[in-house]
Design a protein around this ligand. Structure first.
Ligand SMILES: *[C@@H]1O[C@H](CO)[C@@H](O)[C@H](O)[C@H]1NC(C)=O
Ligand SMILES: *[C@@H]1O[C@H](CO)[C@@H](O)[C@H](O)[C@H]1NC(C)=O
Ligand SMILES: *[C@@H]1O[C@H](CO)[C@@H](O)[C@H](O)[C@H]1NC(C)=O
Ligand SMILES: *[C@@H]1O[C@H](CO)[C@@H](O)[C@H](O)[C@H]1NC(C)=O
Ligand SMILES: *[C@@H]1O[C@H](CO)[C@@H](O)[C@H](O)[C@H]1NC(C)=O
Ligand SMILES: *[C@@H]1O[C@H](CO)[C@@H](O)[C@H](O)[C@H]1NC(C)=O
Ligand SMILES: *[C@@H]1O[C@H](CO)[C@@H](O)[C@H](O)[C@H]1NC(C)=O
Ligand SMILES: *[C@@H]1O[C@H](CO)[C@@H](O)[C@H](O)[C@H]1NC(C)=O
Ligand SMILES: *[C@@H]1O[C@H](CO)[C@@H](O)[C@H](O)[C@H]1NC(C)=O
Length: 437
């Protein structure tokens, strides 16, 4: 069932130009930090500057993390500036305005992001940008902003879509297996969702950003609605493909399952976004944090850290700093992500929010290697085995390969035929597999 849905969606893809920006901005998955998962509405200049300083001090900047993003709640709630019509930064939270914190972040050699919504108000009820796209884009550019996360709240009734789309999250629960059989007012076959009002709301901000004499990465957050995978590439540099992540394993696994069916949409300049990282938050174990980060990296998702960096554990710092996974994510020559090559726990192509695909592989140009990831989706310790002859990138290339364990960095030598690992619940093994030996 899911396969036919996926194929129908793929067939409707009209190749379109992506949002290509100067200096390679938006070409590779973004690396950075955002305030929301750690602080919610309690954001302010000192939280932003603490994060920025930690990114430098923890060595994350040297690994490529560059964006420090302010999420919702940065402004005055009930009014715009009556003269300029601009959104007014809350002066208690940002005593030197957004431009003040932006210049301090820039002084650290980092970039800064901000947040708005393609509606009348943001998700927390602050002024948003629908109808004010030019004014707001100009203000963001003036302030020195480098990245805009653009949410989907506060949409007035005359901007809603005529048709309903089957959203990945809706397929959970009463509509299993990635379909929405009970969807009311579905779009007619062949409908082009790039013509929808949702797409138009996002296009307006894209065009306003392009009018500015400043490169601002455009991160769409429409929660996977309006078949965004079919038009996200021409509108933004990344697009959320689901509702919000939560800091516990079942939600992480649910999103991995949904995103695993979207890997054909990953490429240079455009990335489905399974939401910001929860590494370090909630009740995720060390193993779950490791699996969460590794899966996001190999799906070539934006890697936006969402935890208080001054409280980060050594284990989680090591996870976020894994050089093999970051190299894979940031490959300058290969745009495609890793793909599942075997579901493992389930038959291939099963849509299962609890047991997503367990065996993934993909090529890396910089490591001149194939990356293999194995995930244990079960609630108990279990063994997973990578069999070289099953891995698309290795098929027909020999029987023995040099293997490095990406977590320990240990050279496992010349490994014949297969490699087995015993994994605790929700843990992953990541192998870097090189030329035959
Ligand atoms: C800034 O925000 C942080 C994180 O929410 C909070 O702990 C701190 O008290 C705030 N500082 C000020 C000056 O409001
Ligand atoms: C600015 O933020 C402070 C601290 O959260 C809050 O108490 C105040 O009401 C906000 N001011 C305005 C004008 O929204
Ligand atoms: C509104 O903008 C004008 C012109 O830039 C500025 O002088 C004024 O201080 C702003 N008002 C508020 C409340 O920010
Ligand atoms: C967008 O909304 C307008 C006004 O409500 C409506 O007339 C139009 O049909 C909608 N367009 C699409 C493509 O759904
Ligand atoms: C919705 O109404 C506003 C205000 O009248 C108008 O500017 C906008 O174009 C309308 N939206 C659509 C899709 O027609
Ligand atoms: C969903 O897929 C699984 C595995 O293919 C199958 O066993 C199950 O019957 C399907 N459920 C529905 C409601 O179609
Ligand atoms: C655009 O920005 C650049 C770099 O800040 C500046 O040198 C140039 O003069 C600006 N161009 C215009 C038309 O404002
Ligand atoms: C997005 O557009 C870019 C450039 O136009 C293209 O190279 C890339 O393959 C597209 N991505 C997908 C998934 O189609
Ligand atoms: C983790 O937290 C979630 C949400 O609060 C909860 O539903 C779940 O049972 C917790 N899991 C464990 C293993 O504690």
């Amino acid at each position: 069932m899911l396969t036919s849905l996926t194929l129908a969606v793929l067939a409707a893809v009209v190749p379109a130009n992506a949002l290509v920006r100067p200096d390679g901005v938006g070409r590779l998955p973004a690396l950075g930090w955002n305030s929301w998962n750690a602080f919610g509405c309690n954001v302010n200049a000192s939280a932003i500057l603490t994060a920025a300083n930690e990114i430098v001090e923890l060595g994350l900047k040297d690994l490529g993390y560059e964006y420090v993003n302010i999420d919702d709640c940065w402004s005055v709630m009930d009014e715009r500036n009556s003269t300029t019509q601009r959104i007014i930064p809350n002066a208690t939270k940002f005593p030197d305005g957004i431009s003040g914190v932006a210049s301090q972040v820039h002084d650290l050699g980092l970039k800064i992001g901000i947040y708005s919504s393609a509606g009348m108000v943001t998700c927390a009820g602050y002024p948003a940008s629908l109808g004010f796209e030019q004014i707001d884009a100009e203000a963001f550019a003036d302030w020195g902003i480098d990245y805009l996360k653009y949410d989907n709240c506060g949409v007035p009734s005359n901007w809603t879509d005529t048709y309903n789309a089957c959203v990945p999250d809706d397929s959970i629960g009463s509509n299993p297996n990635g379909t929405c059989p009970d969807l009311t007012d579905p779009a007619p076959p062949g409908y082009n969702w790039a013509d929808s009002n949702t797409s138009i709301r996002y296009d307006r901000m894209r065009d306003a950003l392009l009018d500015q004499n400043r490169t601002i990465l455009f991160s769409l957050c429409d929660w996977g609605d309006a078949a965004v995978n079919t038009w996200g590439n021409e509108t933004g540099n990344s697009w959320r493909m689901s509702g919000d992540i939560e800091a516990y394993w079942s939600r992480v696994a649910q999103i991995v399952n949904e995103n695993s069916f979207l890997m054909n949409y990953v490429g240079f300049w455009g990335h489905p976004d399974p939401d910001m990282l929860e590494v370090g938050n909630g009740n995720l174990t060390v193993a779950e944090n490791r699996a969460h980060f590794a899966l996001w990296a190999i799906m070539k998702s934006p890697l936006i850290i969402g935890t208080a960096l001054n409280e980060l554990s050594d284990d989680n710092l090591a996870t976020l700093s894994n050089k093999y996974l970051i190299k894979f994510s940031q490959d300058p020559l290969i745009g495609r992500s890793a793909h599942p090559y075997k579901w493992g726990y389930n038959p291939d192509w099963t849509f299962d929010p609890v047991h997503p695909a367990e065996y993934w592989s993909g090529p890396s140009s910089t490591m001149k290697a194939t990356l293999i990831l194995m995930l244990n989706t079960e609630e108990k310790r279990s063994t997973r085995t990578a069999v070289w002859s099953e891995v698309p990138e290795l098929k027909g290339k020999g029987n023995s390969f040099r293997v490095t364990d990406a977590w320990s960095g240990k050279d496992l030598g010349c490994v014949h035929k297969s490699h087995s690992v015993s994994l605790e619940s929700h843990d992953v093994s990541v192998l870097i597999v090189k030329g035959s030996c």
